[in-house]
Design a protein around this ligand. Structure first.
Ligand SMILES: [Zn+2]
Length: 406
């Protein structure tokens, strides 16, 4: 038996006036997905446990078969995993933005989209400063893409690591223009140390030649770092041991690659998979077909509909769904013809055009099994699955339900 789970990120939506009260999933021409819906089972699911923000990391962890309430430790750790940073159980992994600070406020959470090359020089300068000034310094900066970096702090023991991991930190993009000191009013010694690191980094960065050059070119300087999204290395049980099946992931998004790596799934890189509208849909479909020749389970995730939702572009969202149908769902289902297989299609969370951001609402779900007659559901969208027979349960149960119930 083969299993394929299609994840058009953020594709579900609310009714849109410009679409005569319909949603992008309803108006998109999707003959292949329609076939799965008409011969499969429909219903709703929810991938975001209570108390969690509806991020793609949390929601996709559910779809990959792991309950975020048990295993989600933060965004930083997943990104560290995706770029191969090896961490110990007492390490706390922070996301580290290079930001522009002005008059003690968050002037720009991405420092004018600083280039990766410039940021790498700044991260080097910080590592050099801290290790020279404080021999045995326990922190290390890791340069990433543009303004998105990581900071790993190696704690002495698990108690310290727990304190840091549970520290209340704030995503920098949520506090644009706000006073920074209000978000670092920590009193624990170790927490104060993190605040000191941010402000000491500011002393190193503000007059750095990279920033002097940026200022002279009229660009925003990366004159401070902001630590957030931290957590411990997640202890995801091995996918194969958990489900007795081999699995692969195809995605253009680092956070999801990180989940795959920690679950010991094979993460397959596809040339041209950008995580944006311009992604190479056809290449993803082809790599998906190959992955299913050598794996029992394939998770194939496409970020484009979510990006269109954030950008509030109706046409781009509809187009992304249609391309997923034509170049990914169609070819992969065709390649499985004559074999026993089960397929599911669902978004991780809605990203409604009208809101431009994620919601925690239920998402439509279709499950198709090649050896079963489905229910009466007509199409894969917010209305079409309403007549389906799938009972709503927690999202992380989907895979075991596919294995055992369909
Ligand atoms: Zn998402």
């Amino acid at each position: 038996m083969k299993y394929v789970i299609f994840i058009p990120d953020g594709s579900s939506d609310l009714p849109i006036d410009e679409l005569d009260g319909k949603t992008p999933l309803q108006v998109a021409e999707t003959p292949n997905i329609d076939k799965l819906a008409q011969n499969g089972f429909g219903g709703f699911t929810n991938n975001v446990p209570d108390g969690y923000t509806p991020g793609s990391d949390v929601a996709n962890m559910s779809i990959f078969g792991y309950n975020p309430a048990d295993y989600y430790t933060g965004r930083g750790p997943l990104e560290a995993g995706s770029v191969g940073i090896d961490t110990k159980p007492t390490d706390v992994i922070f996301r580290c933005n290079t930001i522009t600070e002005k008059d003690d406020t968050m002037e720009d959470f991405n420092a004018g989209h600083i280039t990766s090359e410039e940021a790498a020089v700044l991260m080097d300068a910080l590592n050099k400063h801290f290790t020279e000034k404080y021999p045995g310094f326990k922190g290390k900066f890791y340069a990433g893409i543009s303004y998105r970096h990581l900071f790993v702090y190696s704690c002495d023991d698990e108690d310290d690591a727990d304190i840091l991991a549970n520290l209340k930190t704030v995503p920098p993009h949520d506090i644009s223009g706000e006073n920074l000191t209000e978000y670092t009013t920590w009193d624990d010694d170790l927490a104060v140390k993190m605040r000191d690191i941010m402000y000491e980094a500011q002393e190193v960065l503000k007059d750095h030649e990279v920033n002097r050059a940026r200022i002279s070119e009229g660009k925003a300087p990366a004159n401070m770092v902001w630590l957030w999204g931290q957590g411990l290395t997640p202890a995801l049980p091995d996918f194969k041991e958990t489900y007795g099946l081999t699995g692969a992931v195809i995605t253009g998004v680092d956070l999801l690659k990180g989940i795959g790596i920690f679950a010991n799934l094979d993460v397959i890189d596809v040339p041209g998979a950008t995580g944006f509208f311009d992604t190479d849909y056809k290449a993803k479909g082809e790599y998906g077909i190959d992955a299913l020749k050598t794996h029992d389970v394939l998770f194939i995730h496409i970020e484009a509909p979510d990006e269109a939702g954030h950008a509030q572009l109706i046409d781009e969202k509809v187009k992304a769904i249609e391309r997923i149908d034509e170049f990914i769902v169609g070819p992969i289902i065709d390649s499985l013809a004559g074999q026993d297989f089960k397929a599911a299609i669902l978004p991780d969370h809605p990203t409604p055009i009208s809101l431009g951001t994620h919601t925690r609402d239920d998402v439509p779900l279709v499950v198709y099994a090649s050896d079963k007659t489905g229910d009466e559901c007509t199409s894969f969208d917010e209305e079409g699955v309403k007549t389906g027979s799938i009972e709503k349960q927690e999202g992380y149960k989907l895979l075991s339900r596919m294995i055992n119930e369909f």
